[in-house]
Structure formats: C-alpha cells, structure tokens
Design a protein around this ligand. Sequence first.
Ligand code: DOR
Ligand code: ZN
Length: 439
Amino acid sequence: MHYDLIIEGGTCVLPWGEVATGIGVRDGRIASLSAAATDEAGERIDARGLHVLPGLIDPHVHLRDPGDASIESIPTGTRAAALGGITTVFDMPNTAPAITDAEMLSWKQQYASRESWTDFAMYVGATRGNTEALGDYERLDGVCAVKLFAGSSTGDLMIEDDDGIERVMQLGRRRIAFHSEDEYRLQERRRLFRSGDPYDSHRLWRDEECAFLGTRRIMALARRTRRAAHILHVSTAEELEYLQAFRDIATVEVLVNHLTQVAPECYERLAGLAVMNPPIRDARHFEASWRAVRDGTVDTIGSDHAPHSLAAKAKPWPDCPAGLPGVQTLVPLMLDHVNAGRLSLGRMVDLMAAGPARVYDLVGKGRIAAGNDADFTLVDLRARRRIENSWIASPIGWTPFDGMTVTGWPVATIVRGEAVMRDDEILGAPRGRLAHFAA
Ligand code: DOR
Ligand code: ZN
C-alpha cells in the first residue's frame, strides 16, 4: 500500500475507543486505520508517546474580520487556532461591518479561502432586515448556522422580541445558534450599575435570571415552531437542568472559561480581563457546568475567543468591553482538565470534535473514520507547560491564563493531511478551506 502520509506509533482516539494503530492518509482523507510499518508513504509522522485525536474544532470564535486587524483578523486568529491544536474554527458575525448579507458572506467565503490557516466556517447574523433571506443564507458554502443575539453584547446585532425571534425560527430549517440573555431584563437592571466594585456590578447586572429567562423564552418558541436551537455559552445551573427536558429540540454549548474560572476570585485576580457575557459565575454554577459535562447534557465546548485590546480591558467597567481571547488556550486547558480527572479524553473529543459535527451537521469531520478529512490534533498528555502572554499569536498579545501551568499540550495540528503546526511552529502557507454542512 502507498499513502501520502502515515501517522504511526500513536494512541488513536477512534469513535469506539483508544487503539494503538497507524493511520494512512491519501488525497487529504483518511484511507486506512491499519497502516503498517511495511506500507510506503510520502511522509511519516512518528507519534510514539502521543495521542492522535480527530481534528479539534472551536465552534465559537470572534475573529473581528472585517474590523480592526490590530486586535484580530482571520489570518492571525486562525494562526492562533493552529498553534493551539485547532483544525477548524466557526467564526461569529458581529464584525464591523457585520456578516448579515449575501455580499459580506461572499466576501468572507473568498477571503477565508485565501487567508485561513485552519478550515473555516462562518455564522450569518440575524437582523430584522435580513430575516426573510436567512433560509437562503444558511445554506451557502461554509455557513454553519444563523446566529441570533437575543440580548445585546459586543456589536449591534440583536433581535430581542418574541415576534422577531419567532419569525427567524419560522424561516429556513437548520439549527439556529442563540446568544440567550433577556434584553428587557438587561435594560431594566441597568439602574443596578454601581461604582467602586465595577466587576461585581457586571455580574449582578447580567444575573442568572437574565440567562435563564432568555433560555425559557427561546425554548417556548423552539417548541412552537419545531425549530432546533443551539444555546451558546450556557452559564447557569438552572439552564443546564432545564435544558435536559428539551433534548428533542435543543443542544448545549458550555465555554472553557466557565469550566476553568470562578467568581469572585477571577475578578479579584484579573479585574476587567475576566469580564465577558454571559459572566463567569460563582462555584455553584461552575460545579453544575462540570456535572453537565459529565452527565451528557453538554454537546459542545467552545472558547468564545473574543479579543479586545489590553488598553480597552483596563478601562473601569462599564467602559471595559466584554470578552476574552481563548482559541489558542482551549486545547491546553481542556487537556489539563483531562489530566486532573475532570473528564476523560474520550469525552473531551466527543465535545470538541464529534459534538460540533453532530450539532451543526458538519460533514467529513469530527471523527477518525475512513473517508473523512485527515484532520488530526496530536497531543502530548504528559507535557507540562506554562501558558504565557508571549506565546499568544493574536495581536492583542494577552491571555487571562498567563502564568498558568498545565499538563497536556498540542504538539501538531494536521489539516487534510498537511501539518499546519508542529512543535509550536507554523508550517507552509494558509491552506484552509470552507467546511461543508449537510443541507
Ligand atoms: O463576552 C462576549 N464577547 N460575549 C459576546 O457575546 C460577544 C463577545 C465579543 O464579541 O466581544
Ligand atoms: Zn461569542
């Protein structure tokens, strides 16, 4: 047998368990799960001592493109993703201008196809003005879903009322991704802003009920319209329990931030660098998030990579923008959680590869199987490394996890059979392609 590439000697995390085997790749696809030392190959990767995972996906990034390239852009953000062991990103539409019409979608399809280091998918933002066209937009190449902000966050994309949300749900048919915080409650609670303890004010303002109320409203509409919903960054114990009764219609994302940081400690240590929407909450919600990872409630884990400049984040809240970078640190942090016994490696792969594929109907990725794209994340589960600002490839140059030592590190990122990153080095040229979704 002749392959373009054989990855040999590693422990492969297959859908049915861990197996020590060689993987043969031909024409960018997985050709064999039993490639042998006697088979010929154009290139061989020695994975002894490493785990070979299906290419890990970050289904929630904000790469700010178009926008301010000194903060982030598609080339810099996907470079950061590749350095962090991510093979495909799903990029959010709240850019400047936003991705809400055919012209911007077409621009982004072409631009990402030229400049992305990883494979790439994009959300299309829902607005009152484009609602009638969303059923067409959601089927365009590389579009993973409609994103609907039901509560205000960075940018001005929002449809906050039931009628507006229901209209979006009535048109088109693919799963819709929701930012679920109730805008009316957010507005009403603005009077609670206090000075003196600005970061606590953020958390008290966008309280648990803002998120829970938003999710209850969306679930009522999803049931009525029979339209599937993906609730992004679920952050409360209440929602996680509630959503178990909606498995027929709803899927659940939890962020690595909510699984790694706890209030009030994070605000005392990081001040504005811990401010995001929905906020990092107290230990009760942190524990509930981990329970939901372990009991199967959670379908996907994302970073919600949302870079802002250090200067902006140093402003006292409410002038401090919400959002934290994270695409580059997602895999190291999750591997550290695996090593700490908080979840198994198999569950991590389920959440970060198979999960996004299932939720968004992504085809040809998400599991190591013959015929699928040859996307792999090779990890050294024993490597101990310090996460440092100097390692961060995004132009903003900071991470809330600076100084944290983790066990477990991505050592190679392989996209359709070509190594994009090995041992902290970016290789070759941007070769990312648009991901494919079942219509
Ligand atoms: O904290 C956040 N930052 N939450 C969001 O919903 C948007 C994001 C951003 O784009 O900055
Ligand atoms: Zn987000």
